[in-house]
Ligand binder design. Structure first.
Ligand SMILES: Nc1ncnc2c1ncn2[C@@H]1O[C@H](COP(=O)(O)OP(=O)(O)OP(=O)(O)O)[C@@H](O)[C@H]1O
Ligand SMILES: [Mg+2]
Length: 356
């Protein structure tokens, strides 16, 4: 499928930056290096980098501390700067498609075509109907240029950009294989955003970003109890120091706020699942997989399971990888593994890739 070295996966999330380097060999895939750094609130707002200096500094330090020398990266970009549509076009050759794609895109993208960069992938061919399904991806040029600019300042070279939902899908496919006959929902639950990707018979059928995640839960605890955001985070994450200070248990009032905030997020997710089923003709989702930092939260997994009436399983992005314990600190991996799905998914990408 692809050759060349793995790119370094760089995921700039709103709460933290995650960097992963994979090595693929005969023995399998090795998680060779991982670097993680929290970033201050308000550095990234609604997917836009407000303070590029902070991000550039953090990246320079992460690469240097983790001794990552490969500078060619695969970069995650926010779903808000990218539009994805599944479209159907007449059957044509790759050369014809390259020529036609701008015109086809124009029919489906609500921006001036001059302001966006277009990419696509053939999903399925229907020779009987003389048609084929494409996944059309359009990213705003301004946003891409902003990302390219700070990457240059951090002495990095982005070879590939991708969105969270597809990174998680790629990783899931690589580690577990995508079930051919089933419809599964992959949900990456982050701090400020959660991405939903419904994969039917092996291809992505629906993606949506939900503007909610772990921050909403901590903010709710803060509002209802008057504690600080950091304290609320500590309780929510089951931080032993916070809990032992409270006599070994999360206070009941805090637990109730967590449960209710989780139910609100689950309801939002359910609305998207319902929308998919209403518009796609699919009658059922067989399984929900969650990952991302907020995927750690059992009350949220339970709430999604209850609302969706579908089994929910945690997707561990490290399960199935060989871990190079010389370079990947075990305690960090234990605490942060759920947050690495996007960065590891990006780290699967290669310098040279063949087009499907
Ligand atoms: N053990 C845990 N239990 C509950 N929540 C956790 C735990 N660990 C991390 N989180 C939460 O996960 C979130 C961070 O996850 P993640 O790193 O996936 O988000 P991000 O990529 O920074 O943000 P986004 O993708 O929304 O921009 C935070 O809200 C954090 O409080
Ligand atoms: Mg994220």
């Amino acid at each position: 499928m692809s050759e060349g070295r793995n790119l370094v996966g760089v995921d700039i999330g709103s709460s933290s930056i995650k960097v992963c380097e994979l090595k693929e060999g005969r023995k399998g895939r090795t998680l060779a290096k991982v670097a993680y750094a929290p970033i201050p609130p308000q550095t990234i707002v609604d997917g836009h980098i407000m303070n590029t200096g902070v991000v550039t500094e953090a990246l320079l330090k992460l690469f240097s501390d983790a001794k990552i020398t490969q500078r060619n990266i695969a970069l995650g970009v926010s779903g808000q700067s990218v539009i994805i549509r599944k479209i159907t076009v007449p059957m044509m050759t790759p050369a014809e498609l390259d020529e036609q794609i701008q015109w086809e895109a124009e029919q489906h993208i609500p921006f001036d075509i001059k302001d966006v960069q277009i990419d696509y992938q053939v999903l399925r061919k229907h020779p009987d109907r003389g048609q084929m399904d494409l996944l059309l991806v359009a990213a705003k040029r301004d946003e891409i240029n902003d990302y390219a600019q700070f990457a240059r300042e951090a002495k990095l070279k982005p070879f590939v950009v991708d969105i969270d939902a597809f990174c998680v899908q790629n990783l899931f496919e690589a580690l577990r294989g995508m079930p051919a006959e089933r419809t599964v929902a992959l949900i990456n639950l982050g701090a400020s955003l959660s991405s939903l990707n419904i994969v039917a018979s092996g291809t992505s059928a629906f993606t949506r970003d939900i503007a909610s995640g772990g921050n909403a839960i901590s903010e709710e605890i803060q509002r209802e109890t008057g504690m600080s955001f950091d304290q609320a985070e500590a309780y929510k994450c089951g931080d032993p120091a916070a809990i032992s200070g409270a006599g070994g248990m999360i206070p009941q009032q805090v637990q109730q706020v967590i449960d209710s905030a989780c139910d609100t997020i689950a309801a939002e997710i359910q609305r998207s699942l319902d929308f998919f089923m209403a518009t796609s003709g699919e009658s059922n989702i067989d399984q929900v997989y969650v990952t991302g930092g907020t995927g750690n939260l059992t009350p949220l997994r339970n709430a999604i399971q209850r609302r969706a009436r579908t089994p929910v399983e945690f997707f561990n992005p490290v399960d199935g990888l060989i871990v190079d314990s010389r370079h990947v600190p075990e305690d960090m991996l234990r605490a942060r593994h759920a947050q690495l799905a996007v960065a590891i998914g990006l780290g699967l990408r290669k310098e040279k890739e063949k087009r499907a």
